[in-house]
Design a protein around this ligand. Structure first.
Ligand code: FMN
Length: 147
């Protein structure tokens, strides 16, 4: 059994719900998952040692938030080259954040990213059956890359 870190920021709880459903999907793939809020991640040591990584941030002002930018500089120090990765976040209309994170993981950290691409979900569907299933599928597919 491999272990995936789901690290996320959520201001009003939508991306946090996505994180919970994605974690369910990872467990359905037969792998273990640990969830961390980025505010609780103090050093690169808190990031190292997992087989896969899924990072989540909602879109604010057409990008990731300032604290998520800072978090990505910590991730750089952790050295995740070749590790499995994915990125997600909730939004209302434009949804750039998951793409920004995904591109950084792929091109800067040289991680092995899921073919599903970045996963943006409009906040009004996060709690619908369709939204829950989309999150679970994202987690399960990423977990499947570890099997
Ligand atoms: C000040 C502000 C700016 C926002 N900017 C964007 C934006 O540029 N694009 C977008 O799609 N959503 C934008 N949103 C909507 C949030 O992404 C959306 O509410 C999201 O679900 C919040 O996720 P959270 O509950 O995880 O914090 C903005 C919301 C606020 C309050």
């Amino acid at each position: 059994m491999k272990k995936v870190l789901v690290a996320y920021y959520s201001r009003t709880g939508k991306t946090q719900k996505m994180a919970d459903y994605i974690a369910e999907g990872i467990r359905l793939s037969g792998n273990a998952v640990e969830m961390k809020k980025i505010v609780d991640i103090k050093s690169e040591k808190d990031i190292e040692g997992y087989d896969g990584y899924i990072f989540g941030c909602p879109t604010y002002h057409k990008s990731i938030t300032k604290n998520f930018e800072t978090f990505l500089f910590l991730v750089e120090k952790a050295g995740l080259k070749g590790k499995i990765g994915g990125a997600f976040g909730s939004s209302t209309h434009s949804g750039e954040a998951p793409g920004v994170i995904f591109d950084t993981m792929e091109h800067v950290f040289a991680m092995k990213m899921t073919n599903l691409g970045p996963f943006d979900l409009r906040e009004n569907v996060v709690d619908s059956n369709e939204g829950i299933k989309a999150c679970q599928d994202y987690g399960r597919t990423l977990g499947g890359m570890l099997n």
